[in-house]
Design a binder for this molecule. Structure first.
Ligand SMILES: NC(=O)c1ccc[n+]([C@@H]2O[C@H](COP(=O)([O-])OP(=O)(O)OC[C@H]3O[C@@H](n4cnc5c(N)ncnc54)[C@H](O)[C@@H]3O)[C@@H](O)[C@H]2O)c1
Length: 309
C-alpha cells in the first residue's frame, strides 16, 4: 500500500545540505511537517524560513551528541505530537582532500566515522520508539561508495557500507511491527560534499576520472535524489539506488567487487596517484595520471600535499 506523506512528521538530519534541503522541499510539497536538524544552525534556520512556520521546526543538532539527538526527537513530539519518518542523512567526508590509511589524520578519520556511522546509529536509536509507535519509516543515507573500493576515502566508504548493513538489519528487525526501514544509495550528486572530486582537489579529481567511466561520474541534481526519496518512502522501498545507471552496479556487485579490486591491483596509474595522495613520490614505473579532462578545473593539489605531510 502506498505510504501517504501528507500530514506525516518527517525529521531530517543534515537537513540544510544539498540533498537534505531538496528533500525537505519535496516532502513539504507533499504535505509533510518538517523537523529540520543540522550542525549548521544558521543554514537550517534559513531553510526553515522557506516554509510555513506552522509546519516546520528547525534545530541545530550535532549527530555525534546522543542526548541532543534524543532531546530533539522529544521536542518534535512535543511540538507535532508525533514523528513518523526519520531520514538519517547527515554526512561528512575529508575536509581538504583525499588521504590514505597511512597518511590521514587519525582524529579526522574518527570524526568521519563518528558522524557517518555512529551519527546514523544514534539517530536510528533515538527515533526508533517513536517511528515504531507510528508505524513509520527510517531511511538511512548510504552511498554508491558502499559498492565501490574506498581507496583514498576509507572512513567515508567504510561508514557508508556499514550504514547500508545497519539499514538492512533494521528493516528485518522491524518486520511485522508495521514500521519499516530503507537505505538510499545516491550516486554523485552536485552538493558541497562532492566538490572535492570534481575540481575541488586535483588528486581526488584525477582519481575519480581515472577510476570511473564518464557515465558513472556524471553528477545528478539534489532534486533528483529528493524525488527518488519521496517515491521510495511512498512505496516503503527497502533500497533506493539513484540515478538509475547505478542499479546495474548494485545488482552485479558480487561479481564486480573482485573484478574491480583486481583491476585496481594492476592499475599503475592509480597506484602512482595514491602514492601522491599519501605525500610520497610515485615510483618510476607509475605514471602520474592524466589531467582530469572534462571535469571542473582542478586545484588544490598543493593544499593536499600540506594536508598529507
Ligand atoms: N553528494 C554526493 O555525491 C553524495 C553521494 C552519496 C551519498 N551522499 C550522502 O548524502 C548525505 C547528504 O550529503 P549532501 O550531498 O547533501 O552533502 P552536504 O555537504 O551538502 O550536506 C551534508 C549536511 O550534513 C550536515 N552535517 C555535517 N556534520 C553534521 C553533524 N555532525 N550533525 C548534523 N549535521 C551534520 C552538514 O552541515 C550539511 O548540511 C550525506 O550522508 C552524504 O554522505 C552524498
Amino acid at each position: 500500500m502506498r505510504y501517504d506523506l501528507n500530514d506525516k512528521v518527517v525529521l531530517i538530519t543534515g537537513a540544510s545540505g544539498g540533498i537534505g534541503a531538496a528533500t525537505a522541499r519535496a516532502l513539504y510539497d507533499r504535505g509533510a511537517y518538517l523537523v529540520l536538524a543540522d550542525h549548521n544552525a544558521d543554514a537550517v534556520e534559513r531553510l526553515a524560513g522557506e516554509f510555513d512556520a506552522e509546519r516546520v521546526l528547525a534545530a541545530p543538532l550535532d549527530v555525534t551528541d546522543a542526548p541532543a539527538t534524543r532531546a530533539l526527537v522529544a521536542r518534535a513530539v512535543t511540538r507535532f505530537t508525533r514523528v513518523d519518518v526519520v531520514i538519517a542523512n547527515a554526512g561528512i567526508a575529508w575536509r581538504d582532500g583525499p588521504a590514505t590509511l597511512s597518511s590521514c589524520d587519525e582524529a579526522e578519520f574518527e570524526r568521519i566515522v563518528d558522524v557517518d556511522l555512529f551519527g546514523v546509529w544514534r539517530t536510528v536509536r533515538a527515533a526508533l520508539p517513536e517511528v515504531t509507535r507510528n508505524r513509520g519509516q527510517i531511511l538511512i543515507t548510504s552511498s554508491i561508495y558502499a559498492l565501490l573500493n574506498g581507496m583514498a576515502n576509507a572512513p567515508y566508504a567504510a561508514s557508508k557500507a556499514a550504514v547500508a548493513t545497519l539499514g538492512r538489519t533494521l528493516r528485518t528487525e522491524l518486520a511485522g511491527t508495521g514500521a519499516s526501514a530503507g537505505v538510499i544509495y545516491p550516486g554523485w550528486t552536485a552538493t558541497p560534499i562532492a566538490e572535492i572530486a570534481f575540481g575541488g582537489n586535483a588528486l581526488a579529481t584525477r582519481l575519480n576520472a581515472t577510476a570511473l567511466p564518464r557515465l558513472l561520474r556524471a553528477r545528478v541534481a539534489p532534486e533528483t535524489v529528493a524525488e527518488a526519496i519521496v517515491a521510495g518512502l511512498q512505496r516503503r522501498a527497502p533500497r533506493i539506488v539513484v540515478p538509475a545507471r547505478w542499479r546495474a552496479v548494485f545488482a552485479l556487485r558480487g561479481v564486480l567487487d573482485p573484478l574491480l579490486d583486481r583491476w585496481l591491483d594492476g592499475h599503475t596509474q592509480i597506484h602512482g596517484l595514491l602514492r601522491q595522495v599519501a605525500g610520497e613520490k610515485p615510483r618510476a614505473d607509475e605514471p602520474r595520471g592524466a589531467p582530469a579532462a572534462n571535469d571542473a578545473p582542478a586545484q588544490g593539489g598543493e593544499r593536499l600535499n600540506e594536508h598529507s605531510s
